[in-house]
Ligand binder design. Structure first.
Ligand SMILES: Cc1cc2nc3c(=O)[nH]c(=O)nc-3n(C[C@H](O)[C@H](O)[C@H](O)COP(=O)(O)O)c2cc1C
Length: 435
């Protein structure tokens, strides 16, 4: 049952200690939490109390080994989601999975299985992976070039979708006494392509959503193509309204160019919120959780991150957007860099202003609960975005604070649910049934 009125969709990231690498020093909890299933159950139950659409796991199948930083990806997200779905009702689960380091048959089978076991609450965030440490865990071959990763991802999702729809028991005809089932309800896909040769059918039937909802992250040209062809929820970096409208239009226009109805696309960027009883207090917390220690520290980090010559750099001069357009062949995700250049393309900002607009490449909103609620509703109300994936600096602390202080305001304003109504995440995002 899909609710008629458009509501704000909110996911919450629950990777290990929270999104900001340095903030683990200021959170409630122990270092052992990051590998404790009970800890993730607690975060999911907390998110359930906040009536979030889904908990979100980004992923890199590689252990980050910087002793000063906390590992951000540990237990396999799909296994964690499967276990948590059996323990916590209603809430959805986003598991990030790579199209470069998985096989279509295994991914299709495992994700359809989890979607059936969760009653239609699974979202898969497809990434083509950009981290060389991940490549090193899957053979001696270096990370393939971006263009090849996306060409593979394109075929990967074509095959996966064919597999997901290859066995539909609902099409069973009259079954004679001596037969167990109508095998004609399953069909081979006989796929033979550049990267994959897969016979099928899948040995897991259609699930409650047809197939899990497909999210996608990556905003280079190859990423936009993949989003436009297959993405239902687009996880991205949008730092302002004009940048968001330009991004949304680009993806939807590309979808139309591929002959796809763009009404089945939801734009759900990342969002970092830092709350304070005043804006001043929130600014100080930003300096602490970011590890920068002060505004000068934030500026020093900005100069370092963008390889700016500090000699003569004026943090109060308007930044030249061209200077920040990411090299399309860089190793790091292009989409994560486009956030800032798109912001500066549409807004004249100094470095001192820009360092307060993004954290970890995602939009940063800091201030009182009222100011934060205003900023969230602002880009949602006119359709620039359909919702946000909240990336809390600290888990559980900043999830708890957001639930206590911001959710009640969003509910009072009538933009956010007051109880779970829909059964599946596809209904919750008002996405069409795929088959
Ligand atoms: C907002 C965002 C989140 C991403 N999250 C992940 C992730 O969790 N794991 C991962 O391997 N890649 C992630 N990526 C990068 C994707 O892997 C992407 O497919 C590609 O490698 C590079 O992205 P690009 O198309 O933006 O250059 C993310 C990209 C964006 C823009």
């Amino acid at each position: 049952m899909t609710s008629s009125t458009r509501k704000l969709n909110l996911n919450v990231g629950i990777n290990t200690t929270g999104y900001l690498p340095n903030a683990w020093k200021y959170r409630t909890g122990s270092r052992h939490d990051i590998n404790d299933p009970g800890y993730y159950r607690g975060l999911t139950e907390l998110a359930h109390r906040g009536l979030f659409d889904a908990v979100f796991f980004s992923d890199h199948p590689a252990l980050m080994t910087d002793p000063k930083g906390r590992p951000f990806h540990t237990i396999d997200p799909l296994i964690l989601c499967t276990a948590l779905a059996a323990q916590v009702p209603d809430i959805g689960f986003v598991a990030t999975m790579s199209s470069t380091y998985n096989s279509p048959y295994n991914l299709a089978r495992r994700t359809q299985s989890t979607d059936i076991m969760s009653g239609g609450r699974l979202i898969i965030n497809i990434v083509s992976s950009f981290n060389p440490s991940v490549a090193a865990n899957f053979g001696s071959a270096p990370l393939p070039p971006r263009s090849e990763r996306y060409a593979r991802a394109w075929e990967f999702l074509d095959v996966t979708k064919k597999l997901w729809s290859s066995w539909d028991p609902a099409r069973d005809g009259q079954i004679p006494e001596d037969q167990f089932w109508d095998a004609s309800s399953a069909h081979a896909i006989d796929h033979a392509g550049e990267y994959f040769s897969v016979k099928g059918p899948l040995n897991v039937p259609l699930g409650p959503q047809g197939h899990p909802v497909l999210a996608q992250a990556g905003a280079s040209e190859g990423g936009i193509d993949l989003a436009a062809r297959h993405g239902e929820i687009i996880y991205c970096n949008i730092l302002s309204r004009p940048a968001g409208q330009a991004f949304g239009k680009k993806v939807r226009d590309r979808a139309v160019a591929f002959g796809r109805d763009p009404s089945g696309i939801r734009i759900v960027p990342g969002l970092v919120v830092i709350l304070g009883d005043s804006r001043e207090e929130a600014l100080r917390k930003h300096e602490l959780f970011s590890g920068a220690g002060s505004e000068d520290g934030l500026l020093a980090r900005f100069i370092k991150e963008h390889n700016i010559d500090p000699e003569g750099f004026d943090p109060d001069a308007v930044l030249d957007a061209e200077r920040f357009i990411p090299n399309p062949n860089r190793i790091q995700a292009v989409g994560m860099g486009l956030g800032l250049s798109d912001l500066l393309t549409h807004e004249r900002l100094t470095a001192r202003q820009a360092v307060r607009r993004a954290e970890g490449n995602h939009r940063l909103v800091l201030g009182t609960a009222e100011e934060v609620a205003d900023a969230i509703i602002d880009l949602w109300a006119d359709g620039t975005v359909d919702g946000y994936t909240l990336q809390p600096p600290r888990a559980p602390d900043d999830i708890q604070e957001f639930i206590d202080k911001v959710i009640p305001i969003l509910q009072d304003r009538g933009v956010y649910r007051t109880r779970y109504e829909e059964r599946t995440v596809r209904e919750r995002y008002r996405l069409p049934y795929p088959f």
